[in-house]
Design a binder for this molecule. Structure first.
Ligand code: ADP
Ligand code: ZN
Ligand code: ZN
Length: 854
């Protein structure tokens, strides 16, 4: 080699790479397959420079060049001695970013399966799988290490470069060559990195927060109104200190604490946040600390797990029925990998899971407990924490990214949490020795990721992850999906049924109110039927509670002109706008656009516009108008945007501060209250009439889950179900809790019309801002595909909402039969997409696939 091996600066590496091109390719080189967070179909191959050879493992992140100047952080997904084809120019890896893998072999295989099956790229899987802090999306950015102080032995060039870096901001590596006339910037960056004077900023938007947090608080001696006022007066001569103190007072909500002479009431304020938000410096804070006004202290902060928590209760004693279910689960899992636990609401499935979890942990294996939406599972989290204490870790999409990174790193360490509770993204966490996956509420549609790709179904992906890891799976539900129940019936999965409620609690009684008939008899002046009105009155009178379910947020789904029938629509989407009373706006539920409420019809000028239908806001209004003693809590997307709002609503209702809970499908999930006299389903019709082959199944699941919330300690709860379609067999099935009846009817229809589980669906979506191109491209694609799939190909069709965000949408539906090869089908689809991208007219049309739409 021309350049010395010791020249390990980036510049040296680049120079060596240039030199290598002239030399015959050395045979002993190692090459790495690097996955980049880009929508590329294949990982790229890079050479591992000799000096990194020992340090590199599959699952580590590396810094690589791409194009002329770009640098990316990629993930090593394979290592090989095999040299790539001679005509390929292979470049060198610049550096290794992790000393130990952030991912294990199984995860890489899992990602590959997801990309293959759900028809997306590995880069897209990587983007979904990794928390932002590990992802290094875009180009690598570096910044000053705030902890680096000793600048004494830096060379003058290093010092110059360091000075070029802004104080708190990061800078793209590729931007450096253009600044300050420093031509040999890479060697400087590298050596500064080695000295830890600079660091790679791990992600672009949010600050990385370490587990140890530095916080600041008001000195206890100043926690009195006079003392604080005096201090603020003294600080008049030091305005920067005064302003910092004032900011602190605001952030810590200190006035309340000071008024009460209670330092314990001061809210915790992080130093970094305080300085950031007030644009102050450490010096000013130090000055205030020096004066004894503020104190800086450190706290260990982690909301990921319950490390400090000891289990407070032992494992539950099982009822005979639960014990039998557990025994049957053992048997089923002895010769199968998957078992469905069908247990009616409140049968105590959680208690059975806890036993299985405990047994798995005792074998030294890990458990993943998946729930559809973690934000809605506070009660479950607390139940698990009581039993498993510090062994429980939680992977919560609502947590700051830095905490997710922390949990991720912990799972890679030698001391991972053995039990993880999480939503679908927890599937991507690294597990060392996964023994069991519990998929709770396996029927729930939230297990599907709709946007962006990978559009995966976490329940199904869990089965694959388990197979790759040699783990068992328990799917649990009171209302299993028709597909899972079919697999259980046909023997592919084990099947265990738990048919009685724990503690002899009776199932709620469901009465049907025929709204069509009541309206005909003019007995529905409001959204409440006479029976529901009466039950609500009784409940409030007796100091009991009620839950009202309406799966629509907002005040009313549409507004209509009383004279000409005009209805306002979104300008960018083909949907009517929803009326939101609390802010007096019209809202598009598809793109979020807001519009002013019109005072008159733009078409005919008529000023009488009335709202049609009703959402949760209108229900709230109706309750407040009808019952003076009602204390209403409303739970829908609009009232739970803040992270803590959901928990607060649950707390208020549990504590009896509120006596009526109104909500969308959020109220159906995992809640357990004991003073609910009546549950009102205000309209079952929307769910029943949904234009989807799963509509009846979903309606059954939804109504049954809501109904399960009714019941007081020791007494049968009541459910009033309002519908226009009281005669439908489905309504009888819901009333009688006849899951088997619903299943038999649905599975027969699925077989007859060939829908899952008798086939698998793939939807090809075609999207463009011009309708003619969208339609033309979808027709062109369909004609290209039809010879391959014949009558299994349906469409192209205009979906229910044919335009969203100003993009027109068409879809082609493909039914893949069981005997067809998964890979072959996908290859045809990919080729068709490729062909379209070469089409003169349609090449800019966006095409993507949705496998197993839910
Ligand atoms: P499911 O998840 O099947 O709807 P849960 O597991 O939430 O039912 O159980 C319903 C209620 O019954 C919970 O309050 C739970 O604590 C209680 N419960 C169930 N099984 C037991 C048991 N073996 N010991 C004590 N309490 C139980
Ligand atoms: Zn009009
Ligand atoms: Zn819109």
């Amino acid at each position: 080699m021309v350049f010395t091996k010791n020249d390990n600066t980036l510049f040296g590496l680049c120079a060596r790479w240039v030199a290598r091109k002239a030399l015959p390719s050395p045979s002993v080189d190692t090459y790495a397959k690097i996955l980049l967070p880009l929508a590329l179909t294949q990982p790229y191959t890079y050479r591992v420079p000799d000096r990194l050879a020992g340090a590199l493992q599959v699952g580590c992140r590396v810094l690589v060049p791409l194009g002329v100047r770009k640098r990316y952080a990629g993930l090593v997904v394979g290592l090989t001695d095999e040299a790539p084809a001679a005509h390929l120019k292979v470049r060198d890896i610049i550096d290794v970013l992790d000393s130990r893998p952030v991912l294990f072999d199984e995860q890489v295989k899992f990602w590959q399966w997801i990309a293959f099956y759900y028809m997306c790229t590995m880069g897209e899987v990587m983007k979904t799988a990794l928390p932002a802090g590990l992802k290094l999306e875009g180009e690598v950015r570096i910044r000053k290490n705030p902890g680096f102080i000793d600048e004494s032995d830096l060379t003058s060039d290093e010092q110059r470069l360091l000075n070029l870096l802004p104080d708190r901001k990061a800078m793209r590596l590729s931007d450096f060559p253009e600044i300050g006339g420093i031509t040999t910037v890479f060697p400087l960056v590298k050596s500064l990195m080695e000295r830890r004077a600079i660091e790679v900023e791990e992600h672009l938007t949010r600050a990385f927060r370490p587990a140890i947090m530095r916080c600041v608080r008001l000195s206890a001696s100043l926690c009195a109104p006079e003392a604080l006022t005096a201090t603020l007066n003294i600080l008049k001569r030091a305005p920067k200190q005064q302003s910092l103190l004032l900011s602190y007072v605001g952030m810590a909500d200190a006035m309340t604490a000071v008024a009460a002479h209670n330092p314990a009431a001061l809210k915790e304020v992080e130093v970094a946040r305080l300085l950031d938000e007030t644009d102050s410096s450490h010096t000013i804070l130090k000055a205030l600390a020096g004066r004894g006004v503020l104190e800086v202290y450190t706290v260990e902060k982690s909301r990921l797990g319950f490390d400090a928590q000891q289990p407070t209760v032992g494992l539950p004693d099982l009822s005979p029925a639960q014990q039998q279910a557990l025994d049957e689960l053992h048997q089923a899992l002895a010769d199968r990998d998957i078992c469905l636990l069908h247990g009616i609401t409140s049968s105590g499935k959680t208690e059975v899971y806890q036993r299985l979890i405990d047994e798995t942990l005792a074998r030294g294996e890990q458990v993943l407990f998946l729930v559809p939406e973690i934000a809605l599972t506070t009660q479950l989290m607390q139940r698990l924490a009581k039993v498993f204490g510090g062994r429980l870790g939680v992977y919560h999409s609502g947590f700051p990214d830095s905490e997710r990174v922390e949990l991720w790193r912990r799972q890679c360490s030698d001391n991972p949490y053995p039990l993880i509770l999480g939503a679908r993204s927890a599937l991507f966490l690294p597990f060392r020795k996964l023994g069991l996956i519990v998929v709770d509420e396996e029927h729930d549609a939230s297990y599907k990721q709709q946007e962006p790709a990978p559009r995966y179904v976490a329940r199904d992906a869990a089965l694959v992850l388990a197979r790759l890891s040699g783990a068992k799976v328990v799917l649990g539900s009171a209302t299993p999906s028709v597909e899972s129940y079919h697999h259980a019936r046909s023997g592919k999965y084990g099947l265990v049924e738990l048919r009685e409620r724990y503690g002899g609690k009776a199932l709620p009684k469901i009465v049907v109110e025929d709204v069509a008939d009541l309206k005909y008899r003019r007995m529905m002046p409001s959204v409440f039927s006479p029976r529901l009105l009466d039950e609500l009155k009784q409940a409030l009178h007796n100091g009991e509670q009620a839950i009202l379910f309406q799966n629509r947020r907002g005040y009313a789904p549409t507004l209509q002109c009383n004279r000409c029938g005009w209805t306002p629509h979104c300008e960018r989407c083909d949907v009517p706008l929803t009326v939101h009373q609390h802010n007096g706006l019209l809202l598009c539920h598809y793109c979020g656009a807001t519009y002013q409420m019109p005072v008159a019809c733009p078409k005919c000028g008529h000023t009488e516009l009335r709202d049609r239908g009703f959402g949760t806001e209108k229900v709230e209004e109706a309750v407040v108008n009808s019952f003076a003693e009602a204390r209403v809590a409303r739970m829908d997307l609009d009232t739970t945007r803040k992270r803590t709002a959901y928990d607060e609503i649950i707390r208020q209702f549990s504590a009896g501060e509120k006596n009526v809970l109104i909500g969308t499908q959020m109220v159906t999930k995992g809640l357990d209250f004991d003073k609910v006299r009546v549950v009102g389903i205000l309209s079952a019709d929307q769910a029943i009439n949904a234009p989807d082959f799963r509509a009846y199944e979903r309606a059954f699941q939804l109504m049954t889950q809501v109904a399960g919330r009714a019941g007081r300690k020791g007494e049968q709860g009541l459910v009033v179900l309002q519908t226009h379609q009281a005669k439908l067999p489905l309504i009888r099935q819901i009333v009688e809790n006849d899951y088997a009846g619903m299943y038999e009817e649905q599975i027969a229809e699925r077989e007859q019309y060939v829908y899952p589980p008798y086939c698998r669906l793939i939807v090809v979506y075609v999207r463009h801002s011009r309708e003619d191109l969208c339609v033309g491209a979808s027709n062109w694609l369909a004609e290209l595909l039809r010879p391959h799939f014949g009558t299994q190909l349906l469409g192209p069709d205009r979906p229910l909402v044919g335009r969203v965000h100003s993009l027109y949408i068409r879809k082609i539906l493909l039914k893949v039969l069981p005997q067809q090869q998964t890979a072959a089908v996908r290859q045809v689809l990919w080729m068709a997409r490729k062909a379209l991208s070469g089409h003169a007219l349609y090449k800019r049309v966006d095409v993507f696939f949705d496998v197993d739409p839910q």
